[in-house]
Design a protein around this ligand. Structure first.
Ligand SMILES: CCCCCCCCCCCCCCCCCC(=O)SCCNC(=O)CCNC(=O)[C@H](O)C(C)(C)COP(=O)(O)OP(=O)(O)OC[C@H]1O[C@@H](n2cnc3c(N)ncnc32)[C@H](O)[C@@H]1OP(=O)(O)O
Ligand SMILES: NC(=O)C1=CN([C@@H]2O[C@H](COP(=O)(O)OP(=O)(O)OC[C@H]3O[C@@H](n4cnc5c(N)ncnc54)[C@H](OP(=O)(O)O)[C@@H]3O)[C@@H](O)[C@H]2O)C=CC1
Length: 548
């Protein structure tokens, strides 16, 4: 009952709100008044970590577009690559991902309040003044920051994914107006299990003891014992995400928490633009390598489920979960497995097929070879194709570069690609089953308007269409290639096809010449075939003369 009243109050309160983007966002605001989720965030102060990352940007964009009257969005940002925090944020808000919100609400950046922070430092390296501001104002925390690298040294992964989370939780505990804390984990945090429920599993070690241990141990020793420590987890990323989940759960008595576990987050389905993507993580780098004709073979189990999930689906679920956690305050901490496999399954083999057919219709510029992908889970067959269709062409091309006075580079690219493939194959050669009851339950609680504005119903996802948009999005947003260049790219593919035909024919002739020079039987077959062709031609010429 109280929740219902709260709702009514929220809905009417947003009508009174002074609006900074009234004109451009008039329509959107009318929509927001009907959406309980959008209405909830209007007037709230939100804190986002990892806002400069792939998911953080989409989260911030959607929040500012759906709830233009959000009070403020604090983001924790570190200086990086010679850029100050302010420079990074100024560049970020100019990027394409914010085009739609910029159109609706030209001054959207005024709502964004960057805070200098480094999650691996004591107290997150936030100044006392900033810290005070956060403690007195923040209503909702979205914790996205993490290292997502599979080859991250254990010490750094622990410092950021575990201790960073711990420090953020300590800060959150002191926030006077905190209504919800949403932690972004990964569906693969428990990938050492086949069936993964929406519960927190006991951690493999006592987190505090492990953190103490790595603090004083020498880096080289940690490196050496890492495989033993992580046990049946495939990398330090998934291992530390599992430890972080447990830490988050420990705080559930202090404030309202929910954990979101997305599987493999891919390009957007609809928002802000179909196919939007801005980094090479997960399948994106592999898809591009295939489109460029560099990757010709990949080790995947064709029938294993490829649990891809579009980034906008994840963000809609995160925002809906934030609203639900704050308004409905579930008695138990909710864990949402945000996956597609159990609801709308799709296999790795199908992805390979759709990727290649899309790139044949919409080729990437300056492809190395014609896009083609052998997908196999057999190690020996994969190694054979690596030798034939990766290493041999790379060596030939590097030889050609050397001959023409240029620096060889293809072998280096392939070595990096093979390293990435090796780290990813754990995820592409097996299937997991995640329960997704909480996601379905949340969907059932949304109003029709919320379901439309914050859609995370993956049953509506058409995979072929999605993969096509993904590939085109990678071309447009990752490689900055213009669609007007497609005719030239197709011409380039035709040139490559001709080169390949000429090369294959020459190779066949050379092999055959060597063969008939050495074997009497091959010579006999050769003479037989030539005389047969001669007879056929003579017969054809004679019959056409008689007809005339
Ligand atoms: C026919 C297709 C068939 C389809 C099959 C597709 C199969 C896909 C399989 C995907 C499985 C993914 C499973 C993930 C499951 C876990 C879920 C999560 O939570 S996971 C959470 C998600 N986490 C992950 O997914 C992390 C996985 N990634 C990693 O851990 C690391 O990238 C690495 C260890 C693999 C390589 O490390 P390293 O060798 O050090 O290389 P760096 O990374 O440092 O990149 C260096 C530079 O190269 C740039 N660049 C890259 N690719 C390309 C490209 N294709 N072109 C051009 N450029 C490219 C890159 O931008 C960078 O530029 P800059 O910034 O220097 O300017
Ligand atoms: N992408 C995926 O496929 C999946 C991601 N997830 C989870 O989603 C979340 C977001 O992932 P995604 O957006 O892809 O990751 P990104 O790598 O794109 O972004 C990571 C973010 O964390 C920030 N960050 C990293 N180190 C620090 C630090 N020391 N101090 C402060 N900030 C830091 C980065 O800031 P900076 O720009 O300064 O580096 C960046 O904003 C993560 O928790 C990840 O585990 C879960 C499942 C799948």
């Amino acid at each position: 009952m109280q929740v219902v009243n709260n709702h009514k109050r929220l809905d009417s309160s947003i009508l009174d709100h002074s609006t900074s983007c009234r004109k451009a966002g008039g329509q959107r605001e009318r929509e927001s008044t009907m959406s309980s989720i959008a209405a909830y965030y209007n007037g709230k102060t939100v804190l986002i970590t990892g806002a400069t990352g792939f998911m953080g940007k989409v989260l911030m964009e959607k929040l500012l577009r759906a709830s233009p009257n959000v009070e403020a969005v604090y983001i924790l940002v570190r200086p990086k690559a010679g850029q100050s925090m302010q420079e990074r944020v100024a560049n970020m808000v100019k990027s394409k991902v914010f085009d739609r919100v910029r159109e609706d609400c030209p001054n959207f950046q005024e709502k964004i309040k960057p805070i200098n922070a480094e999650l691996t430092q004591p107290n997150l390296a936030i100044s006392a003044k900033d810290s005070q501001e956060l403690l007195s104002r923040v209503n909702v925390v979205f914790h996205c920051a993490a290292t997502v690298r599979f080859d991250e040294p254990l010490k750094h992964a622990l410092l950021l994914n575990v201790m960073g989370t711990q420090q953020l939780l300590l800060l959150a505990r002191q926030m006077q107006k905190l209504e919800a804390f949403i932690h972004i984990s990964t569906a693969y945090a428990n990938c050492n299990r086949r069936n993964i429920d929406e519960v927190i599993y006991p951690p493999p070690v006592e987190t505090k003891k492990l953190c103490d241990l790595v603090e004083w141990l020498d880096e080289s020793i940690i490196q050496e014992i890492t495989p033993k420590l992580i046990g049946d987890w495939p990398n330090t990323y998934t291992y530390t995400k599992a430890l972080a989940e447990y830490l988050v759960q420990q705080e559930k008595e202090h404030f309202n928490i929910a954990i979101i576990r997305p599987s493999i987050v891919g390009a957007s389905w609809h928002e802000p633009f179909p196919g939007w993507i801005d980094n090479f993580n997960g399948p994106s780098g592999i898809i591009i390598a295939a489109g460029k004709g560099i990757l010709q073979t990949v080790k995947v189990n064709n029938d294993a489920v490829a649990d891809l999930i579009p980034v906008d689906v994840v963000i809609n679920l995160i925002l809906a979960a934030g609203w639900h956690t704050a308004v409905h305050r579930p008695k138990t901490m909710m864990v949402y497995n945000c996956t597609t496999g159990g609801i709308n399954p799709f296999c790795w083999g199908d992805i390979g097929y759709y990727v290649i057919s899309t790139f044949k219709r919409n080729p990437l510029e300056q492809a190395f070879r014609i896009p083609r992908a052998q997908t196999t889970s057999n190690h020996l067959i994969n190694q054979y194709w690596i030798a034939v269709s990766h290493k041999a062409p790379a060596m030939l091309y590097d030889f050609y570069l050397r001959l023409t006075g240029r620096k060889p580079r293809m072998m280096k690219i392939f070595n990096r690609l093979h390293k990435s493939m090796m780290l990813l194959e754990y995820f592409t050669c097996q299937s997991w089953e995640w329960s997704s009851e909480n996601m379905n339950m949340l969907m059932a609680q949304l109003s029709p308007e919320d379901r439309r504005l914050f859609n995370f119903d993956v049953r509506q996802l058409h995979w072929s269409e999605y993969i096509e948009n993904y590939c085109i999005g990678a071309k447009k947003y990752l490689l900055n290639e213009d669609m007007s260049g497609i005719p030239a790219a197709k011409q380039h593919l035709r040139k490559l096809r001709n080169i390949q035909y000429a090369f294959n024919t020459t190779l066949l002739v050379i092999i055959w010449r060597i063969f008939i020079a050495r074997s009497q039987m091959a010579r006999n077959i050769w003479y037989f075939v030539v005389s047969l062709c001669y007879k056929f031609l003579s017969y054809f010429r004679a019959s056409s003369t008689i007809r005339h």
